[in-house]
Design a binder for this molecule. Structure first.
Ligand code: PNS
Length: 165
Protein backbone atom coordinates (compact mmCIF):
# COMPACT_ATOMS: atom_id res chain seq x y z
CA UNK A 1 0.00 0.00 0.00
CA UNK A 2 1.44 3.39 -1.04
CA UNK A 3 0.95 5.83 1.82
CA UNK A 4 1.85 9.52 1.64
CA UNK A 5 1.98 12.08 4.42
CA UNK A 6 1.15 15.69 3.70
CA UNK A 7 2.52 17.57 6.73
CA UNK A 8 2.06 21.16 7.79
CA UNK A 9 0.76 23.64 10.31
CA UNK A 10 -2.55 24.25 8.48
CA UNK A 11 -3.38 27.31 10.58
CA UNK A 12 -5.88 27.30 8.90
CA UNK A 13 -6.22 24.99 5.89
CA UNK A 14 -6.55 27.07 2.69
CA UNK A 15 -7.88 26.24 -0.78
CA UNK A 16 -4.23 25.92 -1.84
CA UNK A 17 -3.75 23.08 0.67
CA UNK A 18 -7.04 21.56 -0.47
CA UNK A 19 -5.82 21.49 -4.05
CA UNK A 20 -2.63 19.64 -3.06
CA UNK A 21 -4.64 17.16 -0.95
CA UNK A 22 -7.05 16.37 -3.81
CA UNK A 23 -4.21 15.77 -6.25
CA UNK A 24 -2.22 13.66 -3.78
CA UNK A 25 -5.28 11.54 -3.00
CA UNK A 26 -5.40 10.51 -6.67
CA UNK A 27 -1.78 9.37 -6.62
CA UNK A 28 -1.64 7.28 -3.43
CA UNK A 29 -3.68 4.51 -1.82
CA UNK A 30 -3.83 6.51 1.36
CA UNK A 31 -2.94 10.08 2.32
CA UNK A 32 -2.40 11.09 5.93
CA UNK A 33 -2.51 14.79 6.63
CA UNK A 34 -0.07 15.37 9.50
CA UNK A 35 -0.90 18.45 11.53
CA UNK A 36 2.09 19.66 13.50
CA UNK A 37 1.43 20.20 17.19
CA UNK A 38 4.16 22.73 17.64
CA UNK A 39 5.06 24.36 20.94
CA UNK A 40 7.35 26.91 19.30
CA UNK A 41 4.91 28.62 16.96
CA UNK A 42 1.79 30.17 18.48
CA UNK A 43 -1.01 29.16 16.15
CA UNK A 44 -4.34 30.95 15.81
CA UNK A 45 -6.16 27.61 16.06
CA UNK A 46 -5.50 24.79 18.50
CA UNK A 47 -4.31 21.53 17.00
CA UNK A 48 -7.76 19.98 17.61
CA UNK A 49 -9.44 22.85 15.75
CA UNK A 50 -7.01 22.51 12.83
CA UNK A 51 -7.55 18.75 12.66
CA UNK A 52 -11.34 19.18 12.74
CA UNK A 53 -11.33 21.76 9.95
CA UNK A 54 -9.18 19.48 7.81
CA UNK A 55 -11.53 16.56 8.50
CA UNK A 56 -14.47 18.66 7.35
CA UNK A 57 -12.88 19.85 4.11
CA UNK A 58 -11.61 16.36 3.21
CA UNK A 59 -14.76 14.44 4.20
CA UNK A 60 -15.46 13.70 0.51
CA UNK A 61 -12.07 11.98 0.05
CA UNK A 62 -12.31 8.38 1.35
CA UNK A 63 -8.57 7.67 1.25
CA UNK A 64 -7.57 10.75 3.24
CA UNK A 65 -7.19 10.79 7.02
CA UNK A 66 -6.09 13.52 9.39
CA UNK A 67 -3.84 13.11 12.42
CA UNK A 68 -1.84 15.45 14.59
CA UNK A 69 1.78 14.72 15.39
CA UNK A 70 4.55 15.93 17.67
CA UNK A 71 8.27 15.44 17.21
CA UNK A 72 10.05 14.41 14.07
CA UNK A 73 8.09 14.10 10.84
CA UNK A 74 10.07 11.06 9.69
CA UNK A 75 9.14 9.20 12.90
CA UNK A 76 5.49 10.02 12.23
CA UNK A 77 5.86 8.46 8.76
CA UNK A 78 7.54 5.38 10.22
CA UNK A 79 4.76 4.92 12.78
CA UNK A 80 2.21 5.02 9.96
CA UNK A 81 4.17 2.85 7.49
CA UNK A 82 4.25 5.76 5.06
CA UNK A 83 6.94 6.08 2.40
CA UNK A 84 6.49 9.54 0.92
CA UNK A 85 6.31 13.13 2.20
CA UNK A 86 4.35 15.51 -0.02
CA UNK A 87 4.94 19.24 0.01
CA UNK A 88 3.53 21.99 -2.17
CA UNK A 89 5.89 24.43 -3.88
CA UNK A 90 4.43 27.82 -4.65
CA UNK A 91 7.39 29.86 -5.82
CA UNK A 92 11.15 29.78 -5.87
CA UNK A 93 11.15 31.47 -2.46
CA UNK A 94 9.80 28.23 -0.95
CA UNK A 95 12.56 26.20 -2.50
CA UNK A 96 15.50 26.77 -0.20
CA UNK A 97 13.60 25.88 2.99
CA UNK A 98 11.90 22.92 1.35
CA UNK A 99 15.16 21.56 -0.04
CA UNK A 100 16.81 21.87 3.37
CA UNK A 101 13.95 19.99 5.04
CA UNK A 102 13.87 17.29 2.36
CA UNK A 103 17.64 16.74 2.53
CA UNK A 104 17.64 16.62 6.33
CA UNK A 105 14.75 14.18 6.39
CA UNK A 106 16.56 12.06 3.83
CA UNK A 107 19.67 11.85 6.00
CA UNK A 108 17.55 10.85 9.01
CA UNK A 109 15.38 8.40 7.03
CA UNK A 110 16.85 7.31 3.68
CA UNK A 111 13.88 5.02 3.05
CA UNK A 112 11.52 8.00 2.92
CA UNK A 113 11.26 10.25 -0.14
CA UNK A 114 9.92 13.78 -0.45
CA UNK A 115 7.99 14.79 -3.53
CA UNK A 116 6.90 18.31 -4.46
CA UNK A 117 3.75 19.32 -6.22
CA UNK A 118 3.69 22.73 -7.81
CA UNK A 119 0.65 24.54 -6.54
CA UNK A 120 -2.15 25.43 -8.88
CA UNK A 121 -1.32 28.89 -10.32
CA UNK A 122 -4.60 30.11 -8.88
CA UNK A 123 -3.20 29.62 -5.38
CA UNK A 124 0.48 30.30 -5.97
CA UNK A 125 0.45 33.47 -3.88
CA UNK A 126 -1.63 32.04 -1.04
CA UNK A 127 -0.51 31.35 2.53
CA UNK A 128 -2.27 30.82 5.85
CA UNK A 129 -0.36 33.79 7.32
CA UNK A 130 -1.54 36.19 4.61
CA UNK A 131 -5.13 34.98 5.01
CA UNK A 132 -4.97 35.56 8.78
CA UNK A 133 -3.55 39.04 8.29
CA UNK A 134 -6.34 39.97 5.85
CA UNK A 135 -8.92 38.56 8.28
CA UNK A 136 -7.53 40.60 11.17
CA UNK A 137 -7.92 43.75 9.07
CA UNK A 138 -11.47 42.70 8.20
CA UNK A 139 -10.74 42.06 4.51
CA UNK A 140 -12.49 39.53 2.32
CA UNK A 141 -11.14 35.98 2.72
CA UNK A 142 -13.88 33.93 1.06
CA UNK A 143 -11.81 33.42 -2.10
CA UNK A 144 -9.02 31.72 -0.12
CA UNK A 145 -10.87 29.35 2.21
CA UNK A 146 -13.65 26.77 2.22
CA UNK A 147 -16.86 28.33 3.61
CA UNK A 148 -16.76 26.32 6.87
CA UNK A 149 -13.14 27.38 7.46
CA UNK A 150 -13.89 31.01 6.66
CA UNK A 151 -16.62 30.94 9.29
CA UNK A 152 -14.19 29.65 11.94
CA UNK A 153 -11.57 32.25 11.06
CA UNK A 154 -14.14 35.04 11.30
CA UNK A 155 -15.32 33.72 14.68
CA UNK A 156 -11.76 33.41 16.01
CA UNK A 157 -10.82 36.90 14.87
CA UNK A 158 -13.97 38.28 16.52
CA UNK A 159 -13.11 36.44 19.79
CA UNK A 160 -9.61 37.91 19.69
CA UNK A 161 -10.99 41.40 19.06
CA UNK A 162 -13.28 41.01 22.10
CA UNK A 163 -10.33 39.80 24.13
CA UNK A 164 -11.96 36.49 25.07
CA UNK A 165 -9.12 34.41 23.59
O1 PNS B 1 3.23 24.24 7.02
P1 PNS B 1 4.62 24.35 7.55
O2 PNS B 1 4.61 25.07 8.87
O3 PNS B 1 5.58 24.96 6.56
O4 PNS B 1 5.11 22.84 7.83
C1 PNS B 1 6.38 22.59 8.38
C2 PNS B 1 6.55 21.11 8.81
C3 PNS B 1 5.42 20.71 9.74
C4 PNS B 1 6.53 20.23 7.59
C5 PNS B 1 7.93 20.99 9.51
O5 PNS B 1 8.06 22.01 10.46
C6 PNS B 1 8.13 19.65 10.20
O6 PNS B 1 8.25 18.64 9.57
N1 PNS B 1 8.20 19.67 11.56
C7 PNS B 1 8.34 18.48 12.36
C8 PNS B 1 9.69 18.43 13.04
C9 PNS B 1 10.73 17.85 12.13
O7 PNS B 1 10.66 16.73 11.68
N2 PNS B 1 11.74 18.69 11.83
C10 PNS B 1 12.83 18.29 10.98
C11 PNS B 1 12.48 18.55 9.52
S1 PNS B 1 13.91 19.17 8.74
Amino acid sequence: MRIAVYPGSFDPVTLGHGDIIERTAKMFDKVIIGVLNNNVKTPLFSVEERVNMLKEVTAHLPNVEVQSFEGLLVEFLRRNDAQVIVRGLRAVTDFEYELQMAQTNRVMAPEIDTIFLTTNLKYSYLSSSIVKEIAFYDGQISQFLAPEVEERVRAKVAERAEGTV
